[in-house]
Design a protein around this ligand. Structure first.
Ligand code: KIV
Ligand code: ZN
Length: 547
């Protein structure tokens, strides 16, 4: 590969001290959804007005208070959408809409027109400041580019102050900030802030986008901290970050930027957006949530969020998406399944207060999911098999039996070369351990005299009715002796456990019996409403296996 075609252009910002590496995220930032603008402009087929209206109210229902609703000067649809939101009074009083405009006169004018009558709005103006864009796109020097930003900001302020009477705030983005010299970015932002004249009561927003993600997340953090420490009016300014995901680190970049002084995050649900997307708000929020931080968003029904996302954007989310992917709570590895199961049992035993799990960062039920290792493959081993048998079907198999049964399941999965569904596992279980041939029980009677139990059993043996008798120190022992006599084998009950079958309408008991014949050990299972009858059935199943 011709890697020499690429040069390393972006390095940590030379700073004597940097604070972000030793800081921690302690609270949620202000969230701003750009789904309806950056997300929408990145779709093969952008949303209709009706879809945008629905998506808008869905974003509101998630608790998002600032929503960039579009680029009103870009098209009739965009303009009309903003008008409908305002004219039809669809914006709750605690929600602020945001509109994007380039720093160009006619675009600014049209944008401000779109906001007429808005109660709460942010006018977001941007121009690119990067070295490359200055050189090849705008062919302007640093002063000219700064002037463009200042002129745009002045026009915005003049038009807003002259024609709008709502609570209107200002936002400026030095587009392609990550490819801009940090000191120059500070210079431009400060010049724009001199125009905005922000106050603590009417804060301005300086949005520092990684329009294209070009370096490791620590470099973005350095760039943010550099600006954060040099901005004028700092206590009247919110620093916003807007990370794209070209290197796959949009979320990491955003998190480090928060450590570096950012107050606000622009992003989209599941990271939809230009090229490889924007910072993913859901992932960011749940990353905070699982560290014990209130994300200040309602993500209690992740499947509904996915359904809405897919409906409006018409693109799917990855099955491996952290938290939301359909495989996020599926563990195939047997040791993982075992550890998850044990940690869940410990969590329940401790009263479900503090979540601690070696392989699941959150309790899936918090977002409307459940952990179901119902997919068993050849890597799953004992833990997975016993979990499925217990959680799905109510059978708590004795450990030695699990070891034997899971070997068989591994063979089946290997042969099938894919996962086994729970029903296939259950079918294998019945096939292996509930055996009615060659012996089946028709009826039995037992009595006790002088501490000796006698059993008489009517059975079918190889299709013929037979009556057998035996004595022992309990019905099981007596029947085992009767069967030993009939078969001419030395059968012993080596292990016997039983429990109620949970989750069944009619409460039944299940018994697990292991009989030994010489070196050979065979397990059998019996189920009945009567606990001792279930053990008799289990014995017969085990003996059938032995013979
Ligand atoms: O990615 C970007 O730089 C943008 C700006 C318009 C903020 O979307
Ligand atoms: Zn963007």
């Amino acid at each position: 590969m011709n890697y020499k075609k690429y040069t390393k252009q972006y390095h940590p910002v030379p700073m004597e001290t940097r604070d972000w590496p030793s800081r921690e995220i302690t609270h949620a930032p202000k969230w701003c959804s750009v789904d309806l603008r950056d997300g929408n402009q990145a779709l093969y087929s952008p949303m209709t007005i009706d879809e945008k209206l629905e998506f808008f109210s869905f974003l509101v229902s998630l608790g998002i208070k600032e929503i960039e609703v579009g680029f009103p000067a870009a098209s009739g649809t965009e303009f009309e959408f903003v008008r409908r939101l305002i004219d039809e009074n669809l914006i709750p009083d605690d929600v602020t809409i945001q509109v994007l405009t380039q720093a160009r006169e006619h675009i600014i004018k049209r944008t401000i027109e779109a906001l007429s009558g808005a109660k709460n709005a942010i006018v977001h103006i941007y121009n690119s400041t990067s070295t490359l864009q200055r050189k090849v796109v705008f062919r302007k020097d640093k002063d000219e580019i700064k002037q463009l930003a200042v002129d745009g900001a002045k026009l915005v302020v003049d038009l807003v102050e002259g024609s709008l009477d709502g609570n209107i705030r200002y936002e400026y983005s030095p587009e392609s900030f990550t490819c801009t010299e940090p000191d120059y970015a500070v210079e431009v932002c400060n010049a724009v802030l001199d125009v905005f004249k922000p106050t603590k009561d009417r804060k301005a927003i300086i949005n520092l986008p990684s329009t294209i993600e070009v370096a490791t997340a620590n470099v973005y953090a350095d760039q943010i901290e550099y600006v954060h420490k040099r901005l004028k009016y700092r206590d009247a300014v919110e620093i916003s970050v807007h990370a794209h995901n070209d290197r796959g680190t949009g979320v990491a970049s955003t998190e480090l930027a928060l450590l570096a002084g950012a107050d606000r995050v622009e992003g989209t649900l599941f990271g939809n957006g230009e090229r490889t997307g924007n910072a993913d708000i859901i992932m960011l929020a749940l990353n905070m949530f699982c560290q014990g931080i209130d994300p200040e968003l309602d993500i209690t029904n992740i499947d509904e969020i996915i359904a809405r996302f897919e409906k409006y954007n018409k693109i799917p989310i990855s099955p491996r998406h952290p938290y939301a992917g359909e495989m996020a709570y599926v563990a195939f590895s047997g040791s993982h399944q075992d550890a998850i199961k044990k940690a869940m049992a410990a969590y329940e035993a401790a009263g479900c207060e503090i979540w601690e799990n070696p392989y699941l960062t959150i309790d899936p039920t918090d977002i409307g999911r459940k952990y179901e290792p119902i997919v068993i493959n050849s890597q799953s081993g004992k833990g997975g098999v016993s979990y499925v048998m217990e959680k799905k079907f109510g059978y708590t198999l004795p450990p030695v039996m699990v070891a034997e049964f899971s070997k068989h399941i591994t063979e089946l999965s290997d042969a099938k070369q894919t996962v086994l569904e729970p029903e296939e596992i259950y079918a294998a279980f019945k096939n292996d351990y509930i055996n009615h041939t060659p012996i089946s029980l028709t009826s039995y009677r037992s009595g006790v005299e002088d501490n000796i139990t006698t059993v008489t059993a009517d059975i079918m043996y190889n299709g013929k009715p037979v009556t057998i008798d035996g004595t022992g120190n309990g019905p099981l022992d007596a029947l085992c002796n009767a069967l030993s006599g009939m078969l001419g084998l030395k059968l012993n009950v080596a292990s016997y456990t039983q429990h109620d079958l949970e989750g069944k309408a009619s409460s039944k008991a299940v018994s697990y019996i292991c009989v030994s014949v010489g070196e050979k050990k065979c397990w059998g299972v019996g189920i009945d409403t009567n606990i001792s009858t279930s053990s008799i059935y289990a014995l017969i199943s085990a003996v059938n296996k032995a013979v």
